[in-house]
Design a protein around this ligand. Structure first.
Ligand code: MLT
Ligand code: MN
Ligand code: ZN
Length: 343
């Protein structure tokens, strides 16, 4: 390995320079077609669904067990990932209510180049749900308006149903960027990463102006590509069904990070927590006919398969459970907070 300093090319990011050398020097640098790049890094900031694990008011077997210290599994914060390209700048995908704790555990996202600093160049939202957007309030001290990428329907949810973006206008402000379905986009300063948003069948938030008549763009799967190698990851923390376009993207991906909310369709009903099925609230269960496991089994053997956005009731959180053993047999991983995936 040569001296990494030789590869430093200043890139403008906000009002300060960032460098092509990532902060975590162990990342792999590759050369392809005469260009040098670092593997794109996806860091799981939070792997739990809304409520987190344990959930504050929940006494299900999992939540009670982890509080009692008798549980074979880990605490998890709410749903978010950070994506870093060939420089220090990163994209925050979803801003969870746990964002401050997540950032405290991720020093790479808090470089110290000026009195107020962040490596987060922009925020991409897959929907307008509470667990993916409440953290925006915690990021109000930003020294510049946040570039926030979202679809028109999510923008409507966040300016009408739950007007977080309007409120942020009284603090740092919002530099709204429109996600057009199926169109590729790139995020300023986050080099070598390309993004594509696919609409997925799920549900907008309860406060959405169109909760009962979902529209295309309420919920997204993101296809995240490393520009030079073309390797992709599909990130879809909420999906009720897999259509042809999403399936094609999943088949071509080197890694899929997909909805791991519930093991069974009636999980919450059986526990007496809710009257709704998983599919009713926009989540494809893992088990059963046409469940997520059946789909994942059909992917190429080399595809890395990871469940993410896991609800605290899901038995897969218990590493000694029969369901967790079944996942291992199917070569399916369960995302953990702090997990890093390289493309
Ligand atoms: C969901 O994924 O269904 C929602 O985020 C649930 C919630 O946060 O209340
Ligand atoms: Mn959610
Ligand atoms: Zn619970």
């Amino acid at each position: 390995m040569g001296n990494p300093a030789r590869h430093r090319l200043p890139v403008r990011h906000g009002n300060h320079d960032v460098h092509r050398q990532p902060l975590d020097a162990h990342r792999v640098r590759r050369s392809q077609g005469g260009r040098t790049h670092f593997d794109v890094k996806i860091r799981v900031l939070g792997s739990a669904a809304g409520g987190g694990f344990p959930q504050w008011n929940c006494n299900c077997r999992n939540c009670a067990g982890i509080r009692a210290g008798t549980f074979h599994g880990s605490v998890r914060t709410q749903s978010s990932i950070a994506v870093t390209g060939s420089n220090t700048a990163s994209v925050l995908v979803n801003a969870s209510p746990d964002i401050l704790a997540q950032l405290q555990k991720t020093p790479d996202l808090q470089p110290n180049r000026s009195i107020r600093d962040t490596a987060i160049a922009a925020i991409v939202l897959v929907d307008g749900q509470i667990d993916h957007t409440t953290g925006l309030f915690m990021l109000r001290e930003s020294v510049r308006p946040w570039p926030i990428w979202c679809t028109d329907s999510t923008y409507a949810d966040l300016t009408l149903g739950n007007p977080i973006l309007s409120v942020l206008g009284h603090y740092c402000g919002v530099d709204r960027r429109r996600i057009e379905l199926d169109d590729e986009f790139t995020v300023d300063s986050v080099d070598d990463v390309r993004w594509r948003a696919l609409p997925v069948a799920s549900k907008p938030a309860p406060y959405s102006p169109h909760r009962e008549s979902p529209v295309s763009g309420d919920n997204l799967a993101l296809v995240i590509s490393e520009e030079i190698s073309g390797r992709t990851a599909v990130y879809a923390p909420g999906l009720a069904a897999i259509d042809d376009r999403l399936w094609e993207a999943m088949r071509c991906a080197s890694c899929v990070l997909v909805d791991g909310t519930f093991w069974t369709d009636d999980e919450m009903i059986r526990l007496g927590i809710s009257r709704k099925h998983a599919r009713d609230i926009g989540h494809l269960p893992q088990s059963g006919t046409d469940g997520m496991l059946e789909w994942l089994d059909r992917l190429p053997a080399k595809t890395r398969k990871i469940l993410i956005h896991i609800n605290n009731t899901n038995p897969i959180l218990d590493e000694s459970s029969a369901e967790a053993a079944e996942l291992r047999l199917h070569d399916v991983e369960v995302a953990r907070d702090g997990m890093e995936i390289f493309l």
